[in-house]
Design a protein around this ligand. Structure first.
Ligand code: 5RP
Length: 239
């Protein structure tokens, strides 16, 4: 695809639409698939809606995606009704050359990690702005039990990060799971699997937004030259 406006570069939204449509190639008729959350996934859902019956049903990672899927007439199942998913389609806030990601910009990281763990294959759809060499430029989302927030802010400070409680309309944002989000600035995550395991062990952490144990198998990266498909050869051998 080229820009709809000849002579101009594709916008970020156009790149998101491009990879949202490209993800349709990773679906087989009759499958139950996992669906992530965010503006790139919204492009995927809207593209999927143009092919009624293309999938049997979806397991969704957020109330927002559930609403959008159902509005298009796509059946949504509870995760506990399903044994395994063929594929999980989701975006990322950052993805690195090993398929490790930061996720949770849309506050859906806990359900995203659960649905990703149910899937045989994680297909990450992202525009090129998300591609990084080292995770951490994007503030790391961490879903936390509210009473642990202060202690966890101190623990991140000891690692060189500055954690802030995410706000919405002047009050802490409440996730779909009734918890809070810390956004941690200033980290350089050079060993994502070790970092994920470390933070997972801290009392009060629900989910850390590093996806190393549930890293991507494939990334469809939207670039001005088209969709670049990146396979992470040994992805998730350690999962
Ligand atoms: C939501 C996520 C999203 O995948 C991530 O924030 C990317 O969003 P977008 O596609 O809107 O850029 O992790 O929790």
């Amino acid at each position: 695809m080229t820009s709809p406006n000849p002579g101009t570069a594709m916008t970020q939204d156009e790149l998101k639409a491009l990879v949202g449509r490209a993800a349709l190639d990773y679906l087989e008729p009759g499958q139950i698939i996992g669906v992530g959350t965010g503006s790139t996934v919204n492009c995927f859902i809207d593209a999927l809606a143009q092919y009624p019956g293309r999938i049997a049903a979806a397991v969704s990672s957020s109330e927002a995606s559930t609403q959008r899927l159902r509005a298009h007439g796509i059946p949504v199942l509870d995760a506990n009704e399903v044994e395994e998913l063929a594929v999980y389609i989701d975006g990322a806030d950052e993805i690195d050359p090993r398929g490790y990601m930061i996720k949770g910009g849309g506050a859906a990281l806990t359900r995203e990690k659960i649905v990703a763990a149910m899937a045989r294959r994680f297909v990450c759809i992202a525009d090129q702005s998300k591609w990084v060499q080292t995770l951490g430029r994007y503030p790391l989302p961490v879903e936390v039990i509210p009473m642990a927030a202060r202690r966890l802010i101190r623990q991140f400070a000891a690692l060189g990060g500055e954690a802030r409680v995410r706000q919405r309309d002047g009050a802490p944002l409440i996730t779909d799971n009734g918890q809070h989000i810390l956004d941690v600035y200033g980290l350089q995550i050079t060993d994502p699997p070790a970092f994920e395991s470390l933070v997972n062990d801290w009392p009060g952490v629900v989910t850390v937004g590093v996806f190393a144990h549930q890293r991507a198998h494939v990334c469809l990266l939207g670039t001005p030259e088209g969709v670049r498909t990146i396979h992470f050869a040994t992805a998730r051998d350690d999962a």
